[in-house]
Design a protein. Structure first.
Length: 333
């Protein structure tokens, strides 16, 4: 009897110990993220792309139990530096920055590195990627290439086309232009020129309008961003060229999607996934904070969208990315 009693006592002790270890493991896991504070800096609160980027950042914060403090920079390089320094001085665990300038981000990355705080770059690829804990971006070259392929399908007979470019230094933008130009190089499309604009529809409208007068036989425009595509749509519609000029947009924001659905001059484009980019930027920041290995470049697919699949894209962009891009957002660290 005594032996049986002893066995039962030992068994109880083991069960209690195992339960205690399990609880400690759970709480340790929570402690691993609950005290993490990440300072996240998207570029512009007035543009839907960056709003979606911020939503993804916030969603990752909720999914992994970390605090994500969103502060927009307004595309101001001095504000990027100022916010970076503020987050560092306030003891934030990690930083995420979306910048419009590939070279100017170096100052922010250097300050974070000196403070031994991991900073992840998102969207724009820094000139010095080794300073970032990771860079989460789109596959911009292949996205530009896909845009060129779409333009060739839309205008099989060929003709004169133009391109809108962003007036900031950006590796991501350069990759888009290069991909598009490589795609159409063997076609009968003739790239007769480009305009540089500040990323807004207003500036694009003002600059593309005289080009429509200079090239009355223009048949296509590749817009390297979504908002300029709306500016180009206004210009060609005002000029009465909406049935002549096919616009292909890089980025399918809400207004661009609606224009595609309505059968406007914007015939389609390629879409990035800013929500996924924002989500993954926080995910990689957490991993860097925890001392885990992170990829130098995390490239999220860019996928073509036309009137044929725009409804599916609008219904659930994340499911669209998983289905057609074979890319699924992680739910565990």
């Amino acid at each position: 009897m005594e032996d049986k009693h002893m066995k039962r006592t030992v068994k109880r002790i083991l069960l209690v110990a195992m339960a205690a270890l399990l609880c400690l493991g759970v709480f340790a896991g929570c402690a691993g993220t609950k005290d993490i504070k990440i300072g996240a800096m998207p570029a512009d609160s007035n543009i839907s792309f960056f709003q979606e980027l911020a939503k993804g950042m916030e969603a990752a914060g909720e999914a992994f139990g970390v605090t994500v403090d969103i502060q927009y920079t307004g595309r101001d390089i001095e504000k990027e530096l100022s916010l970076t320094q503020t987050f560092i001085s306030q003891g934030y665990s990690g930083l995420v920055l979306e910048t419009v300038d590939s070279s100017a981000i170096t100052g922010c990355l250097s300050r974070a590195q000196e403070a031994d705080i991991p900073m992840v770059a998102v969207d724009t690829v820094p000139d010095k990627t080794d300073l970032a804990a990771s860079t989460v971006t789109s596959d911009n070259y292949n996205g530009g290439y896909a845009a060129g392929e779409l333009m060739k399908q839309l205008i099989p007979e060929g003709g004169k086309i133009m391109m809108t470019k962003f007036n900031y230094s950006s590796v991501a933008m350069d990759d888009r232009y290069k991909g598009f130009e490589d795609s159409i190089a063997d076609s009968n499309l003739e790239l007769v020129g480009s305009i540089e604009q500040d990323g807004t529809r207003e500036d694009t409208l003002n600059k593309i309008t005289p080009m429509l007068t200079n090239y009355p036989d223009l048949v296509g425009i590749f817009c390297s961003q979504g908002d300029p595509a709306i500016g180009c749509l206004s210009a060609v519609t005002t000029a009465g060229m909406q049935d002549q000029v096919a616009i292909v947009s890089y980025d399918i924001e809400d207004e661009v999607a609606a224009a595609i659905e309505q059968g406007s001059a914007i015939k389609g484009g390629v879409t990035q996934f800013p929500y996924a980019m924002g989500y993954m930027s926080v995910y990689e920041t957490i991993r860097a904070i925890n001392g885990e290995e992170t990829p130098e470049i995390e490239a999220i697919p860019v996928l073509p969208v036309t009137k044929d699949n725009i409804a599916e894209f609008k219904e659930d962009a994340t499911a669209f990315l998983e289905k057609y891009g074979d890319y699924k957002l992680p739910t565990e660290l």
